[in-house]
Design a protein around this ligand. Structure first.
Ligand code: ARG
Ligand code: ZN
Length: 844
């Protein structure tokens, strides 16, 4: 069944309050609900239908009288009185048998929940839709020491706890946790002087990994007060770490539940990247308290209303507390690496989709990351002050609402007087706009002409022009900035902008800060790129200039057997030698287009990508760099060395990032000696893992892998890294054999999403290894997806996107992939999640 945005109708009843009682038992949990329903005067007449899946109905009653509803696979229908009534219901569920990790399930002996998007219906019969909001009171009974739910604690005693959440919320924000847990407590005093208890709950043994997350939480709370004026609104804020979790984390009201990989951290077991990611996810979930919970979504088509905005907010937060340029480059790279392929392939969909079969398939890079870019563009267009005003109005006007994108845009229209009808196309039109640029120079006047097009995407053959805020600066040939950044507002298909009274023909720096998520098409000479690499004042475009040179260099190496572009490398070397530049920035400049990105570049330029050739060119280039910069590497390595005690802050982690980029080159020269030494002396995971990665790459990893395993075999999160790295970093030929062998390892717990992804996800991300000619990578992934689909549809469906770029490759590879996609499609009892993904990828 396909659900359409245009079919939205409100639910026929309102719920004043919901009372739930849980009698916990692994295979026979009883859930008793009591709900007051009142007819909704604003809704059309309709049957009384409650969602419910995989529930055993024990009893149902209306106003105290037993009733026998008509029960189907997806819910129940029942005759109800015309006026208000009390609904009482008891169901039985089996959390221990719930392998889908949706609804109430068990993870290493603890009970936990994941209800977004539609998991609550696996807990009890309920109108499981985000526009049905009510006040929940929850009683949890069970013989476990810690019993948690949303809101404030009302009562606790032997074998029970009662929770009350005063803020009306939809069912997807419900949460329950019960287990033998220990807490890392702290507190936070809000801007109005209210003291809030904070807890991070973990399994015994993990207490030592909570401090960093707690600091991140407190920083997030303060930041949201200072920057958005948002105060926390309950007496307590609980976070729980869970080992088995499909996604990163979940913003349940007052009780955030996290994949343990996204909250637990210590210097010995976590890398700098882990720390930064944890900090941003904690912030993200916390920020949802206002953008998501206090103001929620009317329906799931509006998902970007909360996700795009909350990603945008967490990105702002990271920029404020770390390095803003480095964070922006990170986000741009990840947008291009994850969202662009989605937007340019068979899975392309608008930021606000118009139809879906399974909403879980739409928690995508497009909804999240392009959704955040759209908000960034809005802010650029209206300015910071108007943005702040609009947000204040949004919170005032919609607090307590289940809102829409229309509501969101309206607050901007009302504060600025702007008409945002055309801007709204960013929400409805899928596909990455392509903007080509031509220029003109005469008599001191420089003209830039932009032409925009967006290619057809599934279901959208025609595209209309969008509003594109294009930040542009002009440099003169001496490298001075003659026109500082200004935002050109492109609204037409073709549009020109003039710059007058210039003394010399300028060099343009276009789409500064990546002000619009578009593909820029511009025939610029490599001299000009080298010039920008040397002189641009915008760090994103400086990085971009190098990236474009790197693309062209690899392109020529692959298609014309050319040698590396020495001019580019010399320009890059000057950047690397510039000690005034942040080490983190320089580390980023040492990166270059990924193999996956090169595959897309080749495809766009009409060349069928050969994964082996791309890999070989990358290898040649890296070796060449290492040799050319041999003299520079020791001093860079010294800059990348930290003597002080480990801190996961921007400063230290930037240095270590530089150090690890240098190590990757040094290893080309010494065959792994420096890496071996670093591996042996490392006292933090960042250094240990970057060294291990190099040893894996050069194939001198046997002893190191064994030592690492012996050291960390008791730590699940570190072992995920061990599993992932040896597949992700090894030579292409080894990838499938290693992945196969690891799936036979005693610790390959394939039911655990983190472990499954560590092996199979790493395989799919190793470009040349996954796309090996004989199709063994495709077959291995599919074999495991078929196996996992019976247990965990969500994780299976997500991983199908490994095939989304299949049309780039040669006919033989396409045929091999098609066989696997069809094998998956034809699997008996294929889940709705996976079926939808496979059909979309196949283009059915
Ligand atoms: N709202 C969560 C977040 O953005 C993600 C939950 C996704 N869950 C799912 N089943 N798709 O942090
Ligand atoms: Zn979110």
């Amino acid at each position: 069944v396909t659900i359409h945005l245009k079919d939205y109708t409100p639910f026929g009843w309102q719920l004043s309050d919901v009372h739930l009682t849980f009698h916990l038992a692994p295979r026979s949990t009883r859930v008793v609900s009591k709900i007051h329903f009142t007819p909704n005067p604003e809704a059309p007449a309709q049957d009384f239908f409650l969602h419910g899946e995989q529930l055993t109905l024990i009893r149902a009653a209306i106003d105290g009288v037993d009733v026998t509803p008509e029960v189907t696979e997806d819910g129940l229908r029942c005759a109800v009185p015309d006026g208000p009534f009390l609904w009482e219901c008891e169901v039985e569920i089996a959390p221990a048998d719930n392998t889908a990790l949706e609804g109430l399930y068990m993870s290493s002996g603890m009970y936990c929940t994941q209800c977004e998007a539609e998991g609550f219906r696996k807990i009890t019969y309920f109108p499981d839709r985000p526009d049905v909001m009510s006040v929940f009171t929850v009683r949890v009974e069970g013989d476990l020491p810690v019993l948690l739910s949303n809101g404030n604690s009302v009562q606790r005693g032997d074998g029970f706890a009662e929770w009350h959440d005063p803020w009306p919320k939809p069912a997807y924000l419900f949460a329950l946790v019960a287990g033998d847990l220990v807490n890392h407590p702290d507190s936070f005093t809000t801007m109005n002087g209210r003291k809030v208890k904070l807890n991070i709950w973990v399994r015994p043994g993990d207490e030592g990994k909570c401090a960093f997350g707690m600091e991140a939480l407190k920083k997030s709370m303060r930041w949201d007060e200072e920057v958005y004026g948002r105060e926390y609104d309950l007496e307590v804020f609980n976070i729980v770490a869970v080992d088995d979790f499909n996604m990163g984390a979940m913003e349940n009201k007052g009780l955030n539940i996290f994949n343990s990989s996204c909250v637990l951290a210590s210097p010995e077991t976590s890398t700098d990247d882990n720390f930064e990611r944890i900090e941003s996810i904690i912030a993200h979930e916390y920020f949802h308290n206002w953008t998501g919970n206090r103001i929620t979504c009317r329906d799931w088509f509006q998902l970007c209303l909360k996700e795009g905005l909350t990603v945008f907010r967490d990105q702002q937060f990271t920029k404020d507390i770390r390095s803003a340029p480095v964070k922006r480059i990170d986000d741009v790279a990840s947008l291009r690496g994850r969202q662009f392929p989605e937007d340019q392939g068979p899975l392309a969909h608008p930021v606000r989709p118009e139809s879906f079969q399974e909403i879980n398939n739409f928690y995508t890079a497009t909804v999240y990351d392009k959704g955040a870019e759209v908000i960034g563009m809005l802010k650029t267009l209206v300015g910071d002050e108007a943005y702040a005003k609009a947000l204040t109005l949004y919170f005032d006007r919609h607090d307590g609402d289940a809102a829409t994108i229309e509501d969101w845009l309206k607050v901007f229209e009302d504060t600025t007087g702007r008409d945002l009808a055309q801007f709204k196309r960013w929400y409805s039109q899928a596909g990455t706009p392509r903007v080509s640029v031509t220029e003109d120079w005469a008599d001191g006047t420089y003209t830039l002409t932009f032409a925009q097009t967006t290619r057809p995407t599934p279901g959208q053959p025609e595209k209309a022009p969008q509003v594109i805020p294009m930040a542009v600066g002009l440099l003169n040939p001496n490298g001075d900035e003659v026109v500082p950044t200004r935002v050109l507002e492109i609204t037409e298909e073709t549009q020109s902008f003039r710059f007058d009274e210039l003394a010399a023909r300028p060099i343009p720096s276009i789409n500064r800060g990546f002000s619009a998520p578009v593909v820029l098409d511009r025939d610029s000479s490599s001299e000009e790129r080298a010039f920008l690499l040397a002189h641009d004042t915008d760090p994103v475009n400086r990085w971009e200039a190098s990236l474009l040179l790197g693309r062209d260099c690899l392109f020529a190496m692959i298609t014309e057997n050319a040698g590396p572009d020495v001019a580019w490398l010399d320009g890059l070397e000057r950047v690397l030698r510039d000690r005034d530049l942040d080490p983190a920035f320089r580390a980023m400049m040492m990166g270059w287009p990924s193999q996956n990105e090169m595959a897309q570049v080749l495809f766009e330029r009409g060349v069928t990508p050969d994964p082996d050739a791309i890999f070989a060119a990358q290898e040649t280039l890296t070796q060449f760099k290492a040799e050319r910069w041999a003299d520079l590497l020791p001093s860079l390595a010294a800059e990348g060395t930290v003597d002080a005690a480990y801190r996961p802050d921007a400063d230290q982690s930037g240095k270590r990032a530089l150090g690890s980029a240098v190590l990757a080159l040094t290893t080309r020269l010494d065959g792994g000696k420096a890496a071996q030494a670093q591996f042996e002396s490392a006292d933090n995971m960042t250094l240990q893992l970057s060294a291990l990665g190099q040893l894996v790459r050069v194939g001198k990893d046997q002893d190191a892998l064994a030592a690492f395993e012996a050291q960390w075999c008791k730590d699940r999160l570190v072992m995920d890294k061990w599993f992932g790295l040896q597949v992700g970093a090894t030579a292409p030929d080894n990838v499938v054999p290693r992945a196969t062998a690891l799936t036979q390892h005693a610790d390959f717990d394939w039911k655990n999403p983190n472990r499954f992804r560590a092996v199979l996800g790493a395989m799919a991300m190793n470009h040349a290894g996954f796309h090996r000619k004989d199709g063994a990578g495709y077959a291995l992934l599919t074999e495991w997806l078929i196996k996992l689909d019976d247990l965990n549809p969500q994780t299976t469906a997500r991983m199908c996107s490994a095939f989304q770029t299949w049309k780039r490759y040669d006919a033989d590879r396409q045929a091999l992939i098609r066989v696997q996609l069809e094998r998956l499609r034809d699997k008996p009892k294929l889940s709705r999640d996976t079926a939808e993904m496979v059909a979309r990828i196949l283009g059915a």
